[in-house]
Design a protein around this ligand. Structure first.
Ligand SMILES: CC(C)(COP(=O)(O)OP(=O)(O)OC[C@H]1O[C@@H](n2cnc3c(N)ncnc32)[C@H](O)[C@@H]1OP(=O)(O)O)[C@@H](O)C(=O)NCCC(=O)NCCS
Length: 227
């Protein structure tokens, strides 16, 4: 059966959240930002669910499934490019407010669930700095926020299918793509095969306990990098 990429729907959310949790279980960024002894998987499910519902309305959130099956094999979450000078609409404000309210409700109900708030803001600051130097194109970037393929389906072209669902669109519109990877090996090589090139490192340093993220940019119609 063929594997296909579909827009994320409400019915997919539970499977998509599980796939993200499995693929990121030992991710360096997750290990740094969460205190694993206090990690609350139920809060994490709620948090990812809120993000997925926001993404269905505002982003480009995709799942990969075998035709005729409901099993989620991969998830890709993209933010749409925003032109410099983009005027915030009432809809944007409403969506920001809705996301914030849902997150506040979650924090009141579950607490922080092991999230290290200080580190969250260190990461946000490093991200803002990187983006302010790397994002030079006034037309904006398709920003790949999350991409995961469940372990049993990795290395079989599912990532490429999900990637091309958006890079083809970006090429047609001549828009650049951007991502931040929490691993250099093997992810930079994998993303290189899709035409991404290393742009800068984000160092997130909490009094000596540090991680690095690797930001990459893809020009329209970029050739794959050598292995
Ligand atoms: C990164 C990930 C999304 C890639 O998806 P995938 O389905 O495994 O990738 P594909 O099979 O489509 O392979 C894509 C390309 O990378 C290459 N590749 C795949 N695995 C590789 C590896 N371990 N090392 C080097 N290259 C690799 C493939 O050969 C392919 O190139 P080609 O089409 O030119 O031959 C997936 O492996 C994953 O979910 N990993 C764990 C979670 C994660 O790290 N997500 C990214 C967080 S930033």
């Amino acid at each position: 059966m063929a594997i296909k990429v579909y827009p994320l729907t409400e019915a997919d959310i539970s499977g998509a959240v599980k796939a993200i949790q499995v693929a990121f279980a030992d991710d360096p960024y997750n290990n740094w930002i969460f205190d694993k002894s206090k990690f609350d998987p139920r809060r994490n499910v709620t948090s990812l669910g809120i993000r997925c519902r926001w993404g269905i309305r505002n982003g480009i959130f995709h799942v990969a499934k075998e035709e005729g099956s409901d099993e989620i094999l991969g998830v890709a979450c993209w933010l749409k490019p925003q032109r410099v000078g983009h005027v915030t609409t009432w809809h944007d404000l409403f969506e920001d407010w809705r996301l914030w309210l849902n997150q506040v409700g979650m924090n009141l109900y579950y607490g922080r669930g092991g999230l290290n708030v200080k580190r969250y803001y260190i990461w946000k600051e490093a991200q803002a700095q990187a983006q302010s130097t790397v994002w030079t194109d006034p037309r904006g970037y398709y920003f790949l926020n999350i991409m995961v393929v469940v372990p049993k389906a990795q290395g079989k072209g599912v990532g490429r299918l999900m990637m091309e669902a958006v890079t083809d669109l970006a090429d047609a519109k001549q828009i650049k793509c951007y991502l931040e990877s929490s691993r250099d090996v093997p992810n930079m090589q994998i993303y290189g095969r899709f035409g991404f090139k290393f742009a800068t490192e984000l160092e997130c340093n909490d009094d000596g306990i540090a991680i690095k993220l690797f930001s990459m940019v893809r020009e329209p119609n970029a050739e794959p990098q050598d292995r």
